[in-house]
Design a protein around this ligand. Structure first.
Ligand code: DGT
Ligand code: CA
Ligand code: CA
Length: 574
């Protein structure tokens, strides 16, 4: 991947800091900082300037030496001079300098007094109280250093898509309130609807000369400004999420959106395709020599590359570019295709709302049917039902169903799959239901062969319709169980079973890869919200996102069918 201006600026700032620590001539230090600012403010890619053999020394603050260094970075991606400085200083000084409140001078003072060279050593020194004794430091700055190091550690973690969405929505609203802002768009993994995101990438176009980056740093949820320049700012929100905001020129908006939406692999493949056509693609546009032939909209960029527009969920370089080139992109499922929700709980077990309330909320969403699917007895913490309790609950569901207009309430269950693959409820009870979902809720750590056999046995049971959350994973918390997914998919196909895409944002199980594998094997899926309250019915959308990332169309998912079609499909099982 070719170098972008911000990368070169970053390298120059590192050099400046290290020179500063080494007590180099202040003019020299300032020269590197100035060059970094120039690069950040440039409306065009340096790589392109070089391609056109333009003279970089004409840029403000760039002399012959710096121009040579830019060449070197563009060609090799590295700068030998920086590496020398790092070696001399001990490579981790730059890590320490990234800690908020510690400039090069303070890092040097700490090194001279305490000999600390790494963030870990610094943390240790702060914890045992020796930082407070260093000249220029005190108890408060020592406390801040400890906090800052903890915060940095936190930052390494990824956030659930839902968490990110909750933080992004009010931020976008805040940005759109600024009259200088023309367009605001979220890019990155968030726009691709990945199940988890590392940080939020936001692109903004605005009126000339306005200080949007400064405006962002004034947002009340900002807990820390990591860096802020004219065209780029990075802030941390109180949720711990990092936001990268970039101001881009209107003529480049589409190209920047393509670039910063990624994924990197998708970008690499697009750029290669451009090169094959004798064109150049970067975050400023698509260029035929010096001529910008596209850049304002994404559609233009894709079209000029001979491609139809590709929805962000597919941009992983998993065949979408080839498909877009030959008009074979799939028609993906959308929320509007969904006609019912087949996985939810009520207050009879561990849910919060009644059967009627769930049905009313579902009807208000435009659904034609729902299934109530309580846990079976084995899940004691959820107050799972035994045979007679389930029968009683089903009579209740039947009564509410008869009383309500405009929605059908199906009788279901989420029955536990026991260790040996048998079910937690007797067949004669299961036979009375419209829908039997089977699921694993314990013994996640069985060895692969036994786990697979356990699940396959359940799928072979003549009354099982759906396997819920097939791998049991909780994103970032519990690994998927060790199971042979191909064998599970085969068993589902051979036994007329459906696989669930559990839409709970911590599960999203099946994942996108398994979705695609299942569809290719001819297995149909059901997207279920697993709602435990009326509000959680909205989680359906997260499951749809996942289905789209798995290339699924409406026909791959059974709860796009009418209720009678669905019941016919479920009935075929026996
Ligand atoms: P994340 O934040 O880890 O969930 O994943 P992304 O995809 O949002 O990655 P991020 O935030 O590092 O960068 C956003 C997009 O910008 C990424 O999808 C592609 C583009 N991008 C980032 N860094 C580079 C790079 O070094 N080279 C190129 N060509 N593109 C990059
Ligand atoms: Ca990101
Ligand atoms: Ca980013």
């Amino acid at each position: 991947m070719s170098v972008i201006n911000a990368d070169i600026a970053h390298i120059f700032r590192n050099v400046a800091d290290l020179l500063d620590i080494g007590n180099a001539n202040p003019f020299r230090v300032r020269a590197y900082r100035r060059a970094a600012d120039t690069l950040d403010g440039l409306g065009e890619s340096v790589v392109d300037l070089l391609d056109r053999k333009e003279d970089l020394t004409e840029l403000p603050g760039i002399g012959a030496d710096l121009a040579r260094k830019i060449h070197e970075i563009v060609e090799t991606g590295r700068l030998a001079f920086l590496e020398q400085l790092q070696q001399k200083a001990g490579a981790s000084f730059s890590d320490m300098m990234e800690i908020q409140g510690l400039g090069p001078r303070k890092v040097k003072a700490l090194y001279d007094a305490l000999g600390v060279r790494t963030v870990e050593e610094l943390e240790q020194a702060a914890l045992d109280g020796s930082v407070a004794g260093v000249r220029g430091f005190g108890a408060i700055s020592q406390e801040n250093i400890i906090k800052e190091i903890r915060r940095r550690r936190e930052r390494g973690r990824r956030f659930l898509y839902r968490t990110a969405r909750q933080a992004v929505a009010p931020l976008l609203e805040y940005l759109r309130r600024n009259p200088d802002v023309k367009h605001v768009e979220v890019a990155g993994s968030f726009r691709r609807c990945r199940e988890s995101v590392g940080d939020i990438d936001i692109l903004v176009t605005c009126r000339r000369g306005s200080r949007v980056t400064a405006y962002v740093t004034g947002y009340d949820q900002v807990s820390e400004v990591v860096s802020s320049g004219k065209t780029r700012t990075t802030v941390l929100l109180s949720s711990g999420l990092q936001v990268d905001l970039r101001v881009v020129p209107e003529v480049s908006r589409g190209a920047a959106l393509v670039y910063f939406t990624g994924s990197k692999a998708h970008n690499v493949a697009l750029r290669t395709r451009a090169l094959q056509k004798g064109l150049k693609l970067n975050e400023y546009g698509l260029f035929d020599h010096e001529q910008r032939i596209a850049g304002r909209t994404e559609e233009d960029v894709y079209r000029k590359l001979g491609l139809s527009w590709i929805t962000p969920e597919l941009r992983e370089n998993h065949g979408e570019i080839e498909a877009a080139g030959s008009g074979r992109l799939p028609r993906l499922i959308t929320f509007d295709d969904i006609r019912g929700d087949l996985h939810m709980h009520t207050m009879r077990t561990d849910g919060r709302n009644s059967v009627r309330e769930m049905a009313e909320a579902a009807r208000a969403k435009g659904y034609e049917y729902i299934a109530i699917t309580e846990h079976s007895r084995h899940v004691t913490i959820a107050g799972g039902l035994g045979p007679s309790e389930l029968r009683e609950h089903c009579r209740h569901i039947g009564r509410v169903d008869r009383e309500m207009e405009g929605i059908r309430i199906l009788k279901g269950v989420e029955v536990d799959i026991l260790d040996n693959g048998s079910l937690d409820l007797p067949d004669e009870v299961l036979r009375e239901l419209d829908l039997v979902i089977a699921a694993v809720h314990y013994s996640f750590e069985l060895p692969r062969q036994r786990q697979t056999q356990r699940i396959v046995t359940a799928l072979q049971h003549p009354l099982v319709n759906v396997l819920a959350h097939p791998t049991g994973r909780l994103i970032g918390t519990r690994d998927p169980c060790d199971v042979d997914m191909e064998a599970v998919i085969r068993a589902a196909r051979d036994n007329g079973c459906l696989l669930e895409i559990n839409a709970s944002p911590r599960r999203l199980d099946l994942d996108e890869r398994a979705c695609r594998m299942a569809a290719e094997a001819g297995v149909r899926m059901v997207v279920g919200s697993d709602a435990h309250s009326t509000g959680q019915l909205d989680m359906m959308q997260y499951g749809i996102n996942q289905a789209r990332r798995g290339w699924l169309g409406p026909d791959d998912v059974v709860n796009t069918m009418s209720c009678s079609e669905l019941l016919e499909q479920l009935g075929m099982k026996e």
